[in-house]
Design a protein around this ligand. Structure first.
Ligand SMILES: [Zn+2]
Length: 176
C-alpha cells in the first residue's frame, strides 16, 4: 500500500530549490517513492505532482491528468512518471489557462504557457524518451517542470489581477 505524504506548502524552502537528478534505473526505494507520489496526488485531486512538493528535492514528477472535482474538464491519460526532464523545444504560441497548485491551496491563477512543448526525460527503467505534449497536458508538464527548478505558477503570472480565490473561481466556473 502506498503511503500518503504530507504536501509542502508555499513558504517551505524545498519549493524554491533546484532539484537533484535521480539515479536510474530506479531501485526499490525510488519506485516506492513514485507510488507514494501518485497516491498523494490522487488523494488531493491533483493532475500532476512533483517530488519537491513532498519535501524530496529530486528531479521526478508525475503528470496524470483526469477529470476530478478540481479539474472537471481535464483530459484522461495514463499516469506518466517523468525523471530528469529537459524541455528541449517550446512553441511560440502562448496560451493562458487556469492553474492551481497543491502547494498553494485556495488560489487559482491564469497562467501563460507554451501551447506545445517537446521534452526529453527518462522513465524509471532508465529509458530516454522524447515526447511532444500539447494543450492541458503540456500545461501540467510545464507546471511540474517548474517545481524542479524552484518556480511556482505565481511567478509566471502577468498580473496579480489574474489571481482568484478558489471559492470565487468555482462560482465563476471560468473555462480555460
Ligand atoms: Zn504545483
Amino acid at each position: 500500500m502506498p503511503t500518503l505524504r504530507q504536501i509542502a506548502q508555499l513558504g517551505h524552502p524545498v519549493l524554491r530549490t533546484l532539484a537533484e537528478s535521480v539515479d536510474l534505473p530506479a531501485g526499490t526505494s525510488l519506485r516506492t517513492f513514485a507510488d507514494d507520489l501518485l497516491a498523494t496526488m490522487r488523494d488531493a485531486d491533483g493532475v500532476g505532482i512533483a517530488a519537491p512538493q513532498v519535501y524530496e528535492s529530486s528531479s521526478l514528477f508525475i503528470v496524470a491528468s483526469k477529470p476530478n472535482p478540481r479539474y472537471p474538464d481535464a483530459p484522461e491519460m495514463e499516469p506518466l512518471v517523468v525523471a530528469n526532464p529537459e524541455i528541449v523545444w517550446r512553441s511560440d504560441e502562448i496560451v493562458k489557462g487556469w492553474e492551481g497548485c497543491l502547494s498553494i491551496p485556495g488560489i487559482r491563477g491564469l497562467v501563460p504557457r507554451h501551447q506545445t512543448i517537446r521534452a526529453r526525460y527518462r522513465t524509471l527503467d532508465g529509458q530516454e524518451l522524447e515526447t511532444e505534449f500539447a494543450g492541458f497536458i503540456a500545461r501540467v508538464f510545464q507546471h511540474e517542470d517548474d517545481h524542479l527548478r524552484g518556480i511556482v505558477f505565481l511567478d509566471r503570472l502577468e498580473s496579480n489581477r489574474d489571481i482568484l480565490c478558489e471559492r470565487e473561481f468555482r462560482r465563476l466556473d471560468p473555462k480555460s
